[in-house]
Write a new protein. Structure first.
Length: 255
């Protein structure tokens, strides 16, 4: 490329002006006007889908099964523009002891990335996680635990592990499978109870799965606009602004 010291306008092969320096600032032609070039942002993201609800028990035969944890995806990209963000709800549990399974959680999205939901627990075994890890089969009257985002249920009573992330500044586990009738779970999975909100864990004890969450960590130099429909907070973490989307769906514009 020619040096900036000699040339202040650049042209395409057909002679159309495509870039220039004006007043010491670089501008590009967008087809209608000279504008500042798009500034790409280094975006770190964590997308957690909703966990499945607990259910599938049958009166006098077996207690409810654990729900599967939602998928957890973490990565980074260089990008700017308008992105769709959706936070998946937790699946609904069923404690009627009528073999009715819990429902699956909702998917979470940072477009074009979609994180898969955890399945509800059902009669026969605990729910499969959004990452594809299996729940456990029943043992006697104990319903099987749900699979987690990071692994299969390790026994009838122990939900599968989730995935740990430090995007908030501290290590937190997400997407754990719900426990069986009693027992244990980790990384947001429920233990004979509903899973906590915004961790994507599977429910237990016939209760609901945990809702998902979407985190976007964006440099402070970039401008961020959030549309209506999303519930969020933001704070400074590791020299960036961390946006925490806890419910809803809408758009996020990064420039």
């Amino acid at each position: 490329m020619a040096s900036v010291a000699r040339f202040d306008t650049w042209q395409a092969a057909d002679g159309t002006n495509v870039a220039r320096f004006s007043g010491g600032e670089l501008q590009v032609w967008d087809g209608a006007a000279w504008v500042a070039p798009v500034s790409f942002a280094n975006i770190d993201y964590l997308v957690v889908a909703g966990g499945g609800g607990s259910g599938g028990g049958q009166a006098g035969i077996v207690f409810p099964y654990g729900g599967g944890g939602g998928e957890v995806v973490e990565d980074s990209l260089e990008a700017s523009g308008i992105f769709t963000v959706t936070v998946g709800a937790g699946g609904v549990g069923n404690n009627s002891q009528s073999s009715v399974p819990g429902t699956s959680g909702g998917y979470s999205e940072f477009h074009p990335l979609v994180s898969n939901f955890g399945q509800g627990g059902y009669f026969g075994r605990g729910g499969t996680s959004g990452s594809g890890f299996a729940g456990a089969s029943r043992s006697g009257t104990t319903g099987g635990a749900g699979g987690g985002a990071g692994g299969n249920a390790t026994s009838t009573n122990v939900g599968g592990i989730g995935v740990s992330s430090s995007i908030t500044g501290s290590a937190v586990g997400y997407g754990g499978g719900g426990s069986g009738t009693s027992g244990s779970a980790s990384d947001g999975g429920g233990v004979n109870a509903a899973a906590p909100s915004n961790r994507g864990g599977g429910g237990a004890g016939g209760q609901n799965g945990g809702s998902g969450i979407v985190y976007l960590s964006i440099p402070t130099a970039n401008t961020v606009e959030v549309s209506a429909g999303l519930t969020f907070t933001y704070s400074a973490v590791s020299g960036k602004n961390l946006y925490s989307f806890t419910s809803g769906t809408g758009t996020v514009t990064v420039s």
